[in-house]
Design a protein around this ligand. Structure first.
Ligand code: FES
Ligand code: FE2
Length: 456
């Protein structure tokens, strides 16, 4: 890394090719950490009082979840968003000028630079706020958070989507994916950023503020870079039989910055480390932003595409933002997406009946199954995944309890199947997961005369 520091062309070329680079050399990283922490602690003190802020200061922001209730977090997110804009724009420019050596260049900074705070799943899942509840909160009423939350709970105590959201049919997939869990426990599906309407050929910056460990942060499927990836419209995730490779999970220590080409397939951990993850996330474009045609024609939900020029931010002209119309600026995705998607072929055995409790189902001759690492039993009402460990088989429900993802896409590590969307670890023998509140039902597999049976 260090031998490249003065050679922005080499860095930019490598990033363009999909390399994911961690920088620890930004001279102002401590100043930015202090500025960001200052805003976070002001927010905590406004919302939960000075005593809470002091307590969190003493135990560290990566322990925020131990003191600051998960249902207060939307108010803190809002407080930070309102106060961070100039700091985050300055960060994007000062970092890029210095570390990427772009100080003599004109480039573009995306408006939605933001601080992201993610609670560990074991805390997040305790939240009582659904997505629809969240949309009804008056986030500016942060002096009366308890009152605000009670008001919402009284009016709407279920996990249904807000009506306006539900009326749009293209949101159905998303509803299925996101809304069985509280708002705070949601995570985006693995994606490349053009699926969200973000530009082609941009660079994403992740500045570590707290708790961005290997088990807790953004992760990547580097093998997917450059492949033609088909996504599920609405849910914005790779198709259900996409073959995920082993993920690359970098750590982003406090004050370090991870840069990556957002055409890398990426996602974030579900948060099974007992830490709050906090990062500042930004995006720059070294050329005038253009957008994917697929996005322009298909997807509905990106925020307006608002940008700044680097020279304006250098000159502290924070009000000179401008909007780029995606439809007028369609670019070529080009060579990056010309290959075929990688398809996961898992043997499926179909039963033309419902799975009932207390029954036995004949599956197959053992010799027909012994070469399969995993296979699926498809009943009319449910699906079961069978995992083989040496000579033994173990049966488990085939959906991830977090967001209903097909576990046949997961990879096996020891006695666990790892969900590829946010890396929840599921023990396929016990059904326990790395989140104490999430479990998967297991079933017995019995062998009789070299034949395999499922017992429910
Ligand atoms: S869907 Fe999130 S970990 Fe499985
Ligand atoms: Fe992304």
């Amino acid at each position: 890394m260090s031998n490249l520091l003065n050679n922005n062309q080499a860095i930019l070329k490598n990033l363009k090719k999909g390399e994911i680079i961690l920088f620890d050399s930004f001279s102002k990283s401590k100043d930015y950490i202090a500025l960001i922490e200052n805003i976070i602690f002001s927010g905590i003190s406004e919302i939960a009082g000075q005593d809470s802020a002091d307590e969190i200061k003493s135990i560290g922001l990566d322990n925020l979840h131990k003191v600051f209730p998960v249902d207060y977090k939307p108010f803190l997110d809002n407080f930070i968003a309102k106060n961070i804009r100039k700091i985050s724009l300055d960060f994007s420019v000062e970092f890029s000028d210095e570390v990427l050596n772009l100080k003599d260049d004109e480039y573009y900074i995306y408006d939605n630079v933001e601080v992201r705070i993610n609670y560990p799943i074991n805390e997040a899942i305790n939240s009582t706020l659904s997505f629809s509840d969240y949309t009804k909160l008056d986030l500016n009423n942060y002096k009366n958070v308890d009152q605000e939350i009670d008001k919402i709970k009284k009016h709407n105590n279920n996990l249904k989507m807000a009506a306006s959201f539900n009326e749009r049919p293209q949101h159905k997939e998303k509803e299925k994916y996101f809304d069985k869990i509280p708002y705070a426990a949601r995570r985006s599906a693995p994606h490349i950023d053009i699926w969200y309407g973000h530009p082609i050929e941009s660079l994403n910056l992740w500045f570590g503020v707290a708790g961005c460990t290997k088990e807790n942060s953004v992760f990547f499927y580097p093998d997917a870079f450059g492949s033609k990836l088909k996504y599920i419209d609405g849910r914005i995730a790779p198709i259900d039989n996409y073959n995920f490779s082993k993920p690359y999970c970098p750590e982003i220590p406090k004050g370090h910055t991870l840069i990556f080409n957002p055409m890398n397939l990426h996602s974030t951990h579900i948060g099974t480390a007992n830490k709050t993850r906090i990062s500042l996330v930004g995006r720059i474009n070294t050329q005038y932003p253009t957008f994917s045609k697929t996005f322009v024609n298909g997807i509905y939900e990106a925020e307006p595409s608002i940008w700044y020029n680097s020279s304006d931010i250098r000159n502290k002209k924070y009000d000179n933002s401008f909007e780029i119309n995606r439809g007028d600026n369609v670019g070529k995705v080009g060579h990056l997406l010309e290959e075929q998607s990688s398809i996961n072929i898992v043997k499926k055995i179909y039963f033309d009946k419902k799975l009932d409790a207390g029954k036995e189902y004949y599956v197959d001759e053992k010799k027909q199954l012994i070469d399969e690492n995993k296979f699926q039993l498809v009943f009319t009402n449910t699906e079961i995944l069978v995992v083989r460990k040496e000579n033994n088989f173990y049966a488990i429900g085939s959906k991830c309890p977090h967001s209903d993802v097909e576990l046949n896409q997961g990879f096996i590590e020891d006695e666990n199947i790892i969900c590829p969307h946010h890396l929840l670890k599921i023990n396929y023998i016990t059904g326990d997961t790395s989140c104490t509140k999430l479990k998967v039902k297991t079933y017995k597999i019995k062998e009789n005369n070299s034949k395999i049976f499922l017992h429910t």
